[in-house]
Design a protein around this ligand. Structure first.
Ligand SMILES: [Zn+2]
Length: 286
């Protein structure tokens, strides 16, 4: 038995793909999935998966399922946003104590007493992409060069997007906006927008009559030109706000949901920001 094992070992080592052993990277939710896919690129032997379904959105109050715990124990590396987004992280680490965790937002300066939506600002997405690349390079040194190169390419793309967005947004006369859920302070800071009201609501739930009345009141008091709902917000409710207040309801996407298909997911953040840019210009320009 012992001899058979000794014989088997070199064969296993031989079977490992060039460039290191297989690497299973699990990401917590969609924005981490998108950034990690861009950092990994087509590197052989590395798989990237998303723990929460891509339709989940933010992980505020997310509860781990038994299937999630199995996925966590099987992963080599877990990529999380940190900054309080994954409230289940302590529990996850108790279940899978050997799991290596990369917190993309670790050590970053948080606004508004610890708002975790760092990636919604493009500067935040750039910093988190770099942090993921550093973490993966440390966890998997054999592929470190590939992670660094892919991250540099993606950061360059994000930088070009940021320049284009500044060129279009810096001259806007109207800069006051009302948003849904507190996802946009980093985005607003980046582009000099002023969030005068946040309609706090449970993501994914239908707003009730009282919430709609409160929203209408907030929009009237704030005097803004447009209210920015998220793409998941029911169009019927947006229409009620528009009718009651006379302001248009435009969309602003925190880039927390999208297609699981890696080729589509890789592009989804930049595409969401392009739509945000068009939406802002349309709503706030004279
Ligand atoms: Zn959120």
């Amino acid at each position: 038995m012992k001899a058979a094992l000794l014989l088997a070992l070199p064969a296993m080592a031989w079977a490992a793909p060039a460039g290191g052993s297989p690497m299973r990277v699990l990401t917590s939710f969609y924005p981490m999935y998108v950034m990690t896919l861009n950092v990994v690129g087509g590197t052989p032997g590395v798989s990237v998966e998303c723990l929460a379904r891509p339709s989940t959105g933010c992980l505020h109050d997310y509860q781990l399922t038994p299937g999630d715990l199995v996925a966590l124990t099987r992963a080599d590396v877990f990529v999380a946003n940190g900054a309080g987004m994954e409230t289940f992280l302590d529990k996850a680490l108790r279940q899978a104590p050997a799991l290596r965790v990369i917190e993309a937002g670790a050590g970053m300066e948080l606004v508004d007493g610890g708002n975790p939506h760092i990636w919604v600002g493009i500067g935040g997405a750039i910093a988190e992409t770099r942090a993921i690349a550093r973490g993966l390079a440390t966890a998997d040194p054999a592929r470190a060069d590939a992670y660094r190169k892919n991250a540099a390419d993606y950061v360059a793309e994000l930088e070009r997007l940021r320049v284009r967005m500044h060129a279009a947004l810096d001259g806007l006369k109207h800069r006051e906006i009302v948003t849904f859920h507190e996802a946009f302070p980093y985005f607003a800071r980046e582009f000099g927008l002023n969030i005068v009201g946040v309609i706090e609501r449970e993501p994914g739930s239908e707003p009730g009559a009282r919430e709609l009345a409160r929203t209408v009141d907030l929009v009237r008091r704030s005097g803004v030109r447009a209210v920015f709902a998220e793409p998941q917000y029911p169009a019927k409710c947006a229409e009620i706000i528009r009718r009651e207040t006379g302001v248009q309801v435009a969309l602003l996407d925190p880039a927390v949901t999208g297609d699981v298909d890696p080729a589509k997911a890789r592009r989804s953040y930049c595409e969401a920001m392009e739509r945000n840019l068009a939406s802002l210009v349309q709503a706030l320009a004279d």
